[in-house]
Design a binder for this molecule. Structure first.
Ligand code: ADP
Ligand code: MG
Length: 400
């Protein structure tokens, strides 16, 4: 894979496919980690006199403009981080984009509006995606892929565009791939994997491959309830992927066969009236054993015994990969599981990797020093698919 050092960028229009998909609340950026992660690549290109055209997706708009997913707030924050103005185009390939890019001088930066405001970006139809990539290609001379969080997507700006322009990987992608390689080659043992979060079916796939590599797999977050249900326990109104129960049982059997320790929560915090937390009375939540969740309640975090159990399983870890919060950490009542796991990673002697947009944000929002971790990945799905052993379209396109 070429790096940006291999490109002659001075005076050229360089398209940087970034992942600026940051969490927003009322139009305010609640965690700017992904912006800061790509800023060094942009700064380097600026330094070398490139005309930098940054593009990204944000959220999941339906192939048409939708103001709630505008990248406008991100342009401001990117400008603050870079210490120079970032021109914002109010469309992606239309008049505004064309004029904004044409106006760029050497060492200047523009951000295009959300790529996903265009149906071609995510289209499954090669021709439709290709046509959009052709339009994007008119805006640049060179392509730098640095949106690690999106490299597992076969999208126009990720997969098709680099095939149309001389290309290289940005520093963020180079770093991310380096770390993931470490997790797939020789790892220091015990290798402990912690999985949680809400995207259960997306994440089950990785277990398949990790069962061949890891020594221990700890399951918390919304994921845990499908496993608990598969084992025949009542999970009330907790997050449940009914159709994945069979797969969960297969994984449990496979883990047993291979001697991989598979650790599920032993207790959980439950509540009746989430997400209506504003009206929640303290009596409405409590701790129950994982096999005794009341039918009318929802599991929202791992309980205190599980926090200790998970910490004990991490205390001697040589390598840790963690993806997915242990509970609904956005609410302080359900953040303790996630906090405990983050602390256990810091206390462990091993190389610790945190993957996943929400997991990385949780670590920062809960007040941990991100530099204390071995690596905080900007990509959840991307890092999982890499560890699953899949070919990632955005990396394959940069190889070619
Ligand atoms: P990541 O972005 O790190 O890959 P996900 O997107 O899969 O993680 O999941 C993050 C979300 O999972 C958080 O918003 C959190 O509130 C939610 N979550 C965690 N535990 C539970 C649970 N028990 N029930 C419902 N949602 C949960
Ligand atoms: Mg997420």
């Amino acid at each position: 894979m070429k790096t940006i050092e291999d490109l002659d960028v001075a005076g050229k229009r360089v398209f940087v496919r970034a992942d600026l998909n940051v969490p927003l609340s009322d139009g305010r950026i609640t965690d700017d980690g992904r912006i800061r992660a790509v800023a060094p690549t942009i700064a380097k290109l600026v330094e070398r006199g490139a005309r930098v055209v940054v593009a990204s997706h944000l959220g999941r708009p339906k192939g048409a403009p939708d103001p709630q997913f505008s990248l406008a707030p991100v342009a401001g924050r990117l400008g603050e981080i870079l210490g120079k103005p970032v021109a914002f185009a109010t469309d992606t390939v239309g008049d505004s984009a064309t004029a904004t890019v044409a106006a760029l001088g050497d060492g200047e930066v523009a951000l295009l509006e959300n790529l996903r405001f265009n149906a071609g970006e995510t289209s499954k139809d090669d021709a439709e995606r290709g046509a959009f990539a052709d339009q994007l290609a008119t805006l640049a001379d060179l392509y730098v892929g640095d949106g690690f969080g999106a490299v597992h997507r076969k999208h126009a700006s990720v997969f098709d565009l680099p095939q149309r322009l001389p290309h290289a990987a940005g520093d963020l992608i180079a770093t991310e791939v380096g770390v993931l390689k470490k997790l797939t080659d020789e790892v220091a043992r015990p290798y402990v994997v912690v999985l949680g979060g809400a995207k259960v079916s997306d994440k089950l796939g990785v277990i398949d491959n990790l069962l061949k590599k890891a020594d221990r797999i700890l399951i918390g977050g919304g994921m845990a309830y499908t496993f608990l249900a598969a084992k025949g326990h009542e999970v009330g109104i907790s997050l449940l992927q009914e159709d994945q129960k069979g797969r969960c049982l297969e994984y449990l059997a496979e883990a047993e066969k291979r001697g991989v320790e598979f650790v599920l929560p032993v207790d959980v915090l439950v509540s009746k009236d989430f997400p209506d937390l504003k009206t929640k009375a303290p009596a409405d939540f409590g701790t129950v054993a994982a096999d005794a969740i009341p039918a009318d309640q929802e599991g929202l975090d791992i309980g205190p015994k599980t926090r200790e159990l998970f910490a004990a399983k991490l205390v001697d870890a040589g390598t840790v990969f963690w993806n997915g919060p242990m509970g609904v950490f956005e609410h302080p009542d359900y953040a303790n599981g996630t906090k405990a796991v983050a602390q256990a990673l810091l206390d462990s002697p091993g190389f610790t990797v945190v993957g996943g947009g929400d997991s990385a944000a949780a670590v920062r929002i809960l007040g941990f020093d991100e530099k204390a971790f071995g690596h905080i990945s900007t990509g959840g799905g991307a890092s999982l698919e890499y560890l699953e052993g899949k070919t990632l379209p955005g990396l394959a396109a940069l190889e070619g």
